[in-house]
Ligand binder design. Structure first.
Ligand SMILES: [Zn+2]
Length: 578
């Protein structure tokens, strides 16, 4: 097995991050509590029914049932998320639930792959099961999960497509899509490379190679924008497999594909960081994003899209050390992921963010869709993005209330972070170290900030904090040292695309501020860009901004602070740019 290239940043383990009260902890707890509450017999029913076994309990409904759209598809993701929640919290009932589900699932495996017969999504469902079993094995110490993965793979193999299959929504005449018309194999190589690294079994390596989507990757690597018209979420997910292929095989083409693909996606993103109106990539340069505001309410497939996007940012940040991948991740976390309505026990799940002119939050029309499996994973994995490591020290990437432990030169170190970011630009870091020691503490300075200052033990440090980089504090540190980062959070307006220069989002630091609409309809207002940029927070209203126009007062809030109210993400202004 190939070693990871030297310059790649290390990733923290889940157990190294403890969240303190804040939006990231809130979303993690909501999802952890919800998964703990799900009935195990109901979760296992599609596997038991398809194996012809006794299947007590009730059907869960929606996409999940034995003969439904994607039987048991989210089961593997829930095993993953529960394993990750156990790793973060140490909660033993969570670990026990992972063990019971893993072994009860194992009892349903028929080596002839009966589960995958007449199944629209063999690759998609197998991939999620494989990831879940790897997490159960590694994070929840279900010792037999690696063997269960071996049997799962044996059962699935005859039913998997021949090679990477693009998600075909419209089959062409003469093409036979009867078996795999909807299947999605995009993350399969990523999971299989992990399985190979963790078990050493070459079966997984060869599956990874077989499902690499190299036609797509080679085009992107050559700078050819082949995204328009493609299913958005699944192709961003595929880039995670490209990044993992680079780490596993050291193939520059795969890294180029991930980087170029990422840049093409950023170029067609909303101010929130979301992309893919109606789940598809758009033609660049023709104003399609602006046009989407008119009639599209399915603006961004949020939990799945955010999960894929953040994971891709994580790979690229680790590989390149480029802070703008941290900026991009942050934008998606605060403006999309954290604004998802909480998953409900009856399977109602947030799916699309709505950026239309008269927008509101909704659950998907089907219960237990894909996003009901991805939201818990998204919430668990913020822990991986808080900080990264290299031999010289710690990279602080997200600013959130938390405690981080890490090993520096073999010594256990601790960092306490307190902040109300992104509502406030002050971030306080306190070091707890057993002895004086030298290392480098790096802080992400977002590209959008015009000014950042660092204070060490209350005294201003002369270091220049260049926006869009990690500022490096290399010094001898002592127990109790305190670092304060002061980021200015400027208000700006970002136009949706070049063809719609007067359609702008109001942004404060990393937060898009959405205009609240009256229940009866929108308040009529002619808004100048000057008025928009005069937005202020009234004293005592930390999470709401006000804009005074000549006729009325408009209220703005971040997406994560909107519940059932109507809102508008983009505003039409006169004299934009003045
Ligand atoms: Zn989804």
């Amino acid at each position: 097995m190939n070693a990871v290239p030297d310059q790649v940043l290390g990733q923290l383990r889940y157990a190294q991050v403890q969240w303190l009260p804040g939006p990231l902890q809130r979303q993690m707890r909501e999802n952890h509590d919800l998964l703990i509450s799900l009935d195990e017999d109901a979760m296992l029913r599609p596997f038991r029914v398809r194996a012809g076994r006794a299947a007590p309990g009730l059907d869960m409904g929606g996409w999940y049932d034995a003969d439904a759209f994607a039987p048991g598809a989210t089961f593997g993701q829930w095993i993953s998320a529960l394993s990750r929640f156990h790793a973060i919290t140490g909660d033993l009932p969570t670990r026990d639930k992972v063990h019971r589900l893993t072994y009860a699932y194992a009892a349903t495996i028929e080596l002839d792959g009966r589960f995958y017969r007449n199944n629209r999504f063999p690759a998609y469902i197998y991939d999620k099961l494989a990831r879940g079993l790897l997490d159960a094995w590694r994070l929840a110490r279900a010792d037999k999960a690696a063997a269960v993965l071996g049997r799962t793979t044996q059962a699935a193999q005859p039913w998997l497509p021949e090679r990477a299959v693009p998600r075909n929504e419209h089959s062409e005449p003469g093409e036979d899509f009867t078996r795999h018309a909807w299947d999605e194999s995009y993350t399969l190589p990523e999971t299989q490379f992990h399985a190979w690294h963790m078990t050493g079994d070459e079966t997984y390596r060869s599956l990874a190679l077989r499902f690499l989507y190299d036609d797509f990757f080679a085009a992107l690597a050559a700078g050819d924008n082949v995204l328009p018209g493609k299913h958005a979420y699944s192709h961003v997910n595929a880039l995670g497999s490209a990044a993992q292929a680079y780490l596993s095989l050291h193939t520059e083409m795969h890294l180029d594909a991930a980087r170029q693909g990422f840049a093409m996606i950023e170029a067609q993103s909303y101010a929130t960081g979301g992309w893919g109106p109606d789940e598809h990539f758009i033609e660049p340069g023709v104003g399609a994003l602006g046009a989407s505001l008119e009639d599209c309410k399915r603006s961004f497939e949020t939990p799945c899209g955010a999960y894929a996007h953040i994971k891709l940012c994580r790979y690229l940040l680790r590989i390149t050390r480029d802070a703008r991948y941290g900026d991009s991740m942050e934008r998606v976390i605060y403006n999309t992921a954290l604004g998802a309505l909480p998953l409900q026990a009856d399977g109602r799940a947030f799916y699309y963010s709505d950026y239309s002119r008269n927008a509101c939050k909704n659950f998907h029309w089907d219960r237990w869709p894909c996003c009901s499996g991805t939201l818990p994973l998204l919430a668990a994995d913020y822990a991986l993005d808080l900080c990264f490591t290299d031999p010289k020290g710690l990279f602080v990437n997200l600013y959130a209330p938390a405690q981080v432990t890490w090993q520096q030169d073999g010594i256990a170190c601790r960092l306490m972070m307190t902040t109300d970011y992104p509502y406030d630009g002050m971030v306080s870091l306190a070091l707890r170290i057993p002895t004086a020691m030298r290392f480098t503490l790096r802080l992400r300075i977002p590209a959008w900030t015009p000014a950042a200052q660092v204070f060490i033990n209350g005294r201003r440090d002369p270091m220049i904090c260049l926006p869009g980089t990690f500022a490096a504090l290399d010094r001898q540190w002592h127990e109790g040292d305190r670092v304060d980062l002061e980021l200015s959070l400027p208000l700006r307006s970002l136009c949706i695309d070049a063809q719609h220069p007067n359609t702008v989002a109001l942004v404060a630091g990393p937060l898009v501020l959405m205009r609240m609409l009256d229940a009866e309809g929108e308040p009529e207002a002619t808004l100048t860009s000057g008025e928009l940029l005069s937005a202020r927070r009234p004293f005592g209203a930390a999470r709401a901004w006000r804009v005074q126009t000549s006729g009325t007062t408009l209220s703005f809030r971040p997406f994560m602070d909107i519940q059932e109210e109507r809102y508008r993400a983009y505003q039409d202004v006169v004299n934009a740019g003045k």
